[in-house]
Write a protein that binds this ligand. Sequence first.
Ligand SMILES: *Cc1c(COP(=O)(O)O)cnc(C)c1O
Length: 492
Amino acid sequence: MKYVSTRDTKRVVTGAQAIAEGIAPDGGLYVPESFPALTAEDWEKLRGMEYAERAAFVLSLYLDEFSYEELLGFAKEAYGRFYGEDPCPLVKIDEKQYFLELWHGPTCAFKDMALTMLPHLLTASKRKLGDKGKTLILTATSGDTGKAAMEGFRDVDGTAIIVFYPSDGVSDMQRRQMITQEGKNVCVCAIRGNFDDAQSAVKRIFTSKEAAEKLAAHGYKLSSANSINWGRLAPQIAYYISAYCDLVNAGEIKQGEKVDFCVPTGNFGDILAAYYAMRMGMPAGKLICASNSNRVLTDFFGTGKYDTHRKFVETISPSMDIIISSNLERLLFEYAGRNDKTVAAWMDALKKEGAYSVGEECLARMRELFDCGSCDEEQTAQTIAYYFDEYGYLIDPHTAVAAGVYLRGSEDGRPCVMVSTANPYKFPADVLAAVEGKRVDDPYAAAEQLCEASAAEIPQPLKGLDKRAVRFTTVIDRDKIEDFVYEQVADK
Ligand SMILES: *Cc1c(COP(=O)(O)O)cnc(C)c1O
């Protein structure tokens, strides 16, 4: 399997190259040249497998320089770090509703599904390419990615990771998780500014020749742990296929029957993986793209116009507070008939004018598969309360955005898998406020009260966080980010 850039299909690379590079030099994203099709035999095999085997099987179809055994070794190590028996259990709520819980990993958010695999894929890719240099992972985070990336890359030979987060833009629990992070090769730093400031500074370093030379002098090359990296996206395809197998195995559906998937969406990585699974032959009815008050994608799927001229809203589902949804580019590439020129022109318009339109015909084809909707803050809180009161089931604000969109929209009668992306205890104050109607700002006190009010246990990775030693206290101005990176690299 080869990969091409969405902005230049003449740029053809191997899977290992795509993963090591992260992003194409033309600014495009790497996509597989074609989609491997799952046969009836494959489905039968997959249904008989446990999760790590399913993940290795799906990845082996995309990464043919890797053997199944090699990938299975990675998957067993990655998913062996999850707590509980099944890394991604499917929870039945009633005859039509299921939650796919993707947060049983080391940081309690769905990012772990891919970020526990990425370090293995990246180091093995470098080995295959004969690249003996060190890799520096630079990440700007609004909370979940940074922690999951540090946890994934901690003490991985030949890598170092530096994470920047907005000092006032993450939840208390998220901050606490980051500043107590262990590992010799990790570093996290708060910046005075918002997430966009952190993100732009990091992007600037990625595209600066001078920065590349300075880092090379210390033996480092840059790479990304963001979902623009194919090594981060590919492992996500597996859990959709796995959920479908689980539904068939449990007798909920017959093989071949269509299922809807409703996905709380920010950067469009998670729902794109569902689309790829569908292209491989997973019988999907509708893919429902759920947004919070930052409803740029809802408007896009409604009108065909992607328009960034809007106010950035800070919500109780911060990991979805995104205006520029990077992975949509990969979907557009497919719906533009894989025409790189069309995609490049849209992305150019996005950069220069902050907007582009895909046209009626393209929109109509997308709407055959994609539905969309958004939840404002009140609807999100009401949805958390609804599932708790009706079913005794606690969900986090991100998952609630998806569930809220599903509740208000679904009429096709098909079973729907709602993707549950974070453990509710990652956002204890907002979840408690939704179910009990009272505000307790201290996250540990809120978690205790939530635990008393519900049957849900505080997950092991979040326990005792308040007692763990704080390792990182640095706060810097945003214009000092680049210098900070050089200091760290010189130190290592
Ligand atoms: C990152 C994240 C999302 C959004 O996923 P995308 O792949 O960016 O669309 C949703 N929920 C949580 C909890 C997340 O951390």
